[in-house]
Ligand binder design. Sequence first.
Ligand code: GLP
Length: 244
Amino acid sequence: TVYPDAREASVKVASDIANLIRARNQIGQNTVLGLATGSTPIRVYSELVRLHKEEGLSFRRVITFNLDEYYPMQPEELQSYVRFMREHLFDHIDIPDEQIHIPDGTLTREEVYEYCAEYERKISEAGGLDVQILGIGRTGHIGFNEPGSIEKTRTRLVTLDELTRADAAPAFFGEEHVPRRAITMGVGTILKAKKIYLMAWGEAKAPIVRRAVEGEISEKVPATFLQKHDNIKVILDEPAASEL
Ligand code: GLP
């Protein structure tokens, strides 16, 4: 679906998520959300915060799993996704801390493998992701599943693509400060979500949006695996859709 602008599109995605949460709240069931960082979902989060504050939308029964985190990364650092999520969402809603999951960038290399397996287990135990929201990187990554990530990948430690590190450089005050690795849910983890929203805004995303939506399915552009999902919505503003 193509919207005139990112704001209107974000309000629509937030409203779909809010409707699901309300429906589940009413019957006393949890909602499991897969969340993303980056500039793309920011307005979805601000709209969810507004719905919480102005319309009493409750997140007490919401369980969240974030897609990824840089590695290594301390939670209080400026660029950490823990900090990002607190600033944009968690500090402003009533979700209990123990229901929030974000990959831990502070682990030792020895701890990571078991931690990632445990992250997958926790998603399953929660009942699986009801909704996963995604942005897309210019490499075609979803989460931090860079080119080369095959369809069955699960949560793991990955090496970031040079283009991704260049795109992240401003936030880190120079490319040399951007971590070389990250922990990310896998393509397979994402594809198991019951519903997926892939969002992209702006002209700079138009070429990769075209490849993701219309290109041949291949690990060269991991986002192309989303074409196989039977309940995905691609939500674009006009500039991002301009090459379709
Ligand atoms: C980062 C995140 C991705 C995100 C991508 C796009 O690499 N790990 O999950 O989709 O950036 O970022 P932006 O939304 O800022 O364009």
